[in-house]
Write a protein that binds this ligand. Structure first.
Ligand code: MN
Ligand code: MN
Length: 300
């Protein structure tokens, strides 16, 4: 095949896609060290936590990632194999991932994948209680694979992916918002565009996601309505990927997941140039390679 010259826009998009995937993995690895700690406990132990040193309640190796990244990679592999976002292929990939004894797994994910194993139905039953952040933390492969498709198709793919484990209106709203935001960032939208086109409308439609005129979100739980305000505050109130990730993981709580989601958005917005070299070097090498390869393959 003759190599084709990339246009400036394509190059930019692919760089942003790679940065989004690396940002997700780095945010996950950085946050996992302080997952379930309070901001006060983090200050006492680390001052400001800013290195990929592993440890945490999962006793990770330095640079090791958790379910946020490994479920994203499993989903991405299923999309590449199926040639599209396919609910059954995604559920099967997640079930295979679960059989591989991952370092961590959410309760809602486990329960609904066990149900899938029994019934073969890739769509979990609807429940307003399944409003954890477990579907939102792994949306990136959908954003990349459906880049350029109609908004209706993008939203449908978001739901097919999410409903394998989280079939819940609040989770859907967050997942769809995140995917559309990442796609606009890949197109070169500004932070201000993302704020006014996506984040504010989401908070208007679902006041639980309000992130302005509230206290700084500290110690966010795995509830999606805790996750999103923390991520939005860190993302919109900082000016680069480094500061965004430091800000969000030092809030503690579900820090690997807020780190993963914030890292994905910051990577898409600021590109690979914004990723500190130390973090790139500290990130698990195999994970780094997989993220870089998948980002390009999914974008097509
Ligand atoms: Mn995790
Ligand atoms: Mn987590």
């Amino acid at each position: 095949m003759t190599p084709r010259l990339l246009t400036y826009v394509e190059m930019n998009t692919s760089d942003r896609a790679i940065a989004a995937y690396l940002g997700l993995a780095i945010g996950d690895a950085l946050g996992a060290t302080v997952e379930f700690m309070t901001p006060r406990e983090i200050v006492a132990k680390y001052g400001v936590h800013d290195k990929l040193i592993g440890g945490g309640w999962l006793h990770l190796k330095p640079g090791q990632v958790t379910d946020d990244t490994t479920m994203s990679l499993a989903l991405g592999t299923s999309i590449l194999k199926a040639g599209k976002v396919d609910a059954h292929a995604a559920a099967q990939a997640f079930d295979d991932w679960m059989r591989g004894k991952p370092v961590d797994i959410g309760n809602t994910v486990r329960r609904n994948l066990l149900q899938f194993r029994k019934t073969g139905n890739p769509e979990a039953p609807y429940s307003d209680h399944d409003a954890g952040n477990g579907a939102a933390m792994r949306v990136l492969p959908v954003a990349l694979a459906t880049f350029g498709q109609s908004e209706d198709d993008v939203r449908a793919a978001c739901r097919a992916q999410a409903h394998t484990t989280h079939h819940c209106a609040l989770s859907d709203a967050a997942c769809e918002c995140l995917v559309l935001m990442v796609q606009d960032a890949l197109r070169g939208a500004s932070k201000n565009d993302l704020l006014h086109k996506h984040a504010h409308p989401l908070a208007l439609q679902h006041p639980l996601f309000k992130f302005r005129a509230i206290k700084p979100a500290a110690n966010p739980s795995g509830y999606i309505a805790d996750t999103m305000p923390a991520v939005f505050q860190s993302f919109f109130d900082t000016d680069d990927l480094h500061d965004c990730l430091i800000d969000v993981v030092n809030r503690g709580g579900d820090a690997d997941t807020t780190g993963a989601i914030a890292g994905m958005m910051a990577g898409a917005l600021y590109g690979t140039e914004s990723i500190p070299n130390d973090w790139l070097k500290e990130l698990d090498a195999d994970t780094r390679t997989l993220c870089e390869m998948q980002a390009q393959a999914l974008l097509g």
